[in-house]
Write a protein that binds this ligand. Structure first.
Ligand code: NAP
Length: 358
């Protein structure tokens, strides 16, 4: 083993799509990460909602891949009851690891005490979970521009969006406005409607293809896009609250309390309104897209007509209008979706933490 190899313990919270992809990428990337970055990630704990797989000196690659396999088969990541996240961090520290990384790839709210415990211990934190960053400003503020917090994958699904925004701030280029299509799922639904597919059928197709959450209203509510807009705005230096962002939900309040199957039966009641909106946009050479716009003090998230055939109509993109990029905004666009790209963004954050801060 190389003598200057930095060993970094990693606690992975969450073994869903992103967590499983991350574990595979850590295993597959071992040689590359060692030779390029002179570090080795020792995954000491892997959790899901019920259990924890733990080895203080690092789980073997075979154990990590077996855990992924168990999750694929619908099993818990390990047997037995798991300790709390804070107890896990303490156990890792007691084992002698002074520096490490806690990765939050769950989708749960309320992780703040765990993140705070990790940061207080001198550990780094890498997040794909947006919730701690999108909570009330008073509690979320400390995570923005904290030297040991990374969250590239929270916006842009792995595209270097946060890194670009940080760069613009570093070179003192004031941000005027941020805009983007930030949801692959809503982009798919809008694209289907362009071709005349009724809204309800587009929603069903998105669900069948696995693009939506089990209850598609979680995507259609626009809340996830609102969280992304909030994160970008806050990082740009604007202390926005959720209430400052106007969000258009793509379903009506009457459909909010239905069960998920009943919602799918009733969502066709929205087809005619959507068809008219699409048709009106098309008479003006436009298509409807679900766009987030945020600037100092306010944001708007909802359907907006954009020119048909333009790059903005087909891309999942984020654009930054700044003092230097005023007349032609800086545009980042590309695939930016799916668990592999999201996990790659998290792995990049871990490497960055290991290289710069640990
Ligand atoms: N999927 C994407 O393309 C994408 C893109 C950008 C960002 N993200 C974000 O990345 C995160 C993970 O996404 P995902 O698609 O992997 O979600 P997912 O498949 O729903 O996985 C979530 C995982 O978290 C686990 N979990 C729930 N509560 C937990 C707790 N208290 N402690 C530890 N683990 C807990 C779940 O456990 P069980 O397995 O026991 O249920 C599951 O393994 C989310 O915050 C999501 O918004 C995802």
């Amino acid at each position: 083993m190389m003598t200057d190899l930095k060993q970094i313990p990693v606690i992975v919270l969450g073994t869903g799509g992103v967590g499983s992809a991350l574990l595979r990428q850590i295993v597959d990337g071992r040689e590359q990460i060692t030779s390029r970055n002179k570090c080795r990630f020792e995954v000491v704990a892997v959790t899901d909602s019920q259990s924890c797989l733990f080895a203080a000196d690092g789980l073997a690659d075979g154990e990590l891949l077996a855990a992924v396999e168990r999750k694929q088969q619908g099993m818990a990541v390990a047997d037995g009851i798991r300790p709390s996240e804070i107890e896990i961090i303490d156990q890792v520290r007691q084992a002698g690891w002074e520096k490490g990384v806690v990765v939050d790839v769950t989708a749960v709210a309320g992780m703040e005490p765990v993140l705070d415990h990790a940061l207080a211990a001198g550990y780094g934190v890498a997040l794909a979970n947006k919730k701690a960053l999108a909570g009330p400003w008073q509690t979320a503020q400390k995570y923005f521009n904290h030297p040991r917090v990374r969250h590239e994958s929270t916006v842009g699904g792995g595209q270097p969006v946060i890194a670009t925004l940080r760069y613009l701030l570093d070179v003192n280029d004031p941000i005027y406005e941020i805009e983007g299509q930030m949801s692959g799922t809503l982009g798919f639904i809008c694209g289907q409607m362009d071709g005349g597919v009724p809204f309800s059928r587009a929603v069903r197709e998105a669900k069948e293809l696995g693009y939506t959450e089990p209850d598609p209203r979680e995507d259609l509510s626009g809340k996830d896009v609102m969280r992304k807009a909030l994160i970008l705005g806050r990082l740009a230096g604007w202390p926005l609250e959720e209430a400052d962002i106007e969000v258009e939900s793509l379903y009506t309040p009457e459909l909010a309390d239905l069960s998920a199957p009943d919602f799918l039966d009733e969502v066709a009641t929205l087809d005619e309104t959507m068809r008219l909106r699409v048709a009106t946009a098309q008479t003006e050479g436009m298509v409807l897209r679900y766009v987030a716009e945020v600037e100092n003090g306010r944001g708007v998230v909802g359907l907006k007509p954009v020119p048909a055939g333009s790059a903005l109509s087909s891309l999942k993109y984020i654009s930054f209008r700044t003092a230097r990029y005023d007349d032609e905004p800086l545009l980042i666009g590309g695939k930016g979706a799916g668990v592999e790209m999201t996990a790659a963004g998290v792995l990049g954050d871990m490497i960055d933490l290991a290289r710069e801060e640990l």
